[in-house]
Design a protein around this ligand. Structure first.
Ligand code: A2P
Length: 278
């Protein structure tokens, strides 16, 4: 393994590395999604993140084919809805995902929401572990699981490799991240640049941007990476895609990281995983 590859990826499970920057694809659809994915891969992205609920898996698959990349060079993540929360259901969800994406395996397959009222997310995780054991997917994980949900999964004897949650400088979810740290769960940040977050124009971000000749988005993505997180920023814009991937050639100081950490507001994520699901 060469050094530069190592710097841009993290170990997810034994023998499986995940690129630290992935392309988020919500709410891209149809031709917009295909074109954005093809353009991203041509520009160097090797990690694409989609979901059943984004209703764009077929278009994402089309973009992957259009790019001409070999499947083995790409890390592909998708997620499934609560209707598949059973061991057999996960197998069925997997079959549907492969068909829509027109691929023959997944690198990472995630439970999209825990839906605790339904009470079957442990079965979903067990179904995913079975897919890994069978070699159908390379790794599994969850998304939007709060510590209370993760505790139940761990109580069933499973180890969760990754949780994809909403994290940005103003939504740092310190309790959530501490749980991940204590239990060896890799964090993937969705909406890593927020949605119109004021932090992109805060001096804690614009200061280092000026100093390092980077954009505020690059500073925030670098902050995620130096905290050991994967980030999946979404953009269909060519220039933004390029800058979002170009975050491995500079380093923030501890003081700069601390200043961005201090933007934390204590605000919860946009959606409440105890009640929201699809
Ligand atoms: P756009 O898609 O117009 O480029 P999400 O929460 O779904 O990840 O949304 C990402 C948001 O961050 C979008 O509004 C996206 O805008 C914006 N964004 C992505 N990359 C950049 C960037 N480099 N600079 C500023 N905003 C960005």
């Amino acid at each position: 393994m060469n050094g530069s590859k190592d710097m841009t990826t993290a170990e997810l499970t034994s023998g499986v590395r995940i690129p630290l920057i992935g392309l988020g694809t919500w709410p891209l659809a149809g031709e917009d999604a295909s074109a954005a994915v093809a353009q991203a891969i041509e520009g160097g992205y090797r990690h694409i993140d989609t979901a059943e609920n984004y209703a764009n898996e077929a278009a994402v698959g089309e973009g992957i084919r259009r790019s001409g990349i070999e499947r083995s060079q790409l890390f592909l993540t998708t997620k499934f809805n609560s209707e598949w929360h059973s061991k057999d259901g996960v197998l069925e969800a997997f079959g549907h995902a492969l068909k829509r994406l027109r691929t023959d395996y997944l690198d990472l397959f995630l439970v999209h929401w825990p839906n605790p009222a339904q009470g079957q997310f442990v079965d979903a995780c067990e179904g995913l572990q079975r897919l890994v054991d069978d070699g159908a997917i390379r790794a599994w994980g969850v998304s939007n699981f709060m510590p209370a949900h993760l505790r139940i999964v761990h109580g069933a004897g499973l180890r969760v490799p990754l949780n994809q949650v909403q994290i940005d400088p103003e939504h740092g979810q310190p309790g959530q991240l501490a749980y991940h740290r204590d239990h060896g769960i890799l964090t993937a940040a969705y909406s890593p640049l927020g949605r119109n977050g004021a932090f992109l124009s805060h001096p804690a971000v614009t200061g280092p941007a000026r100093e390092l000749d980077k954009t505020p988005a690059q500073i925030v993505l670098r902050w995620h990476i130096q905290h050991g997180r994967v980030a999946v920023p979404k953009s269909a814009n060519h220039q933004r895609q390029r800058e979002n991937l170009d975050v491995f050639s500079f380093v923030l100081t501890q003081g700069q990281l601390d200043a961005i950490d201090a933007l934390e507001t204590g605000a919860p994520p946009r959606l409440d995983s105890d009640t929201y699901f699809h």
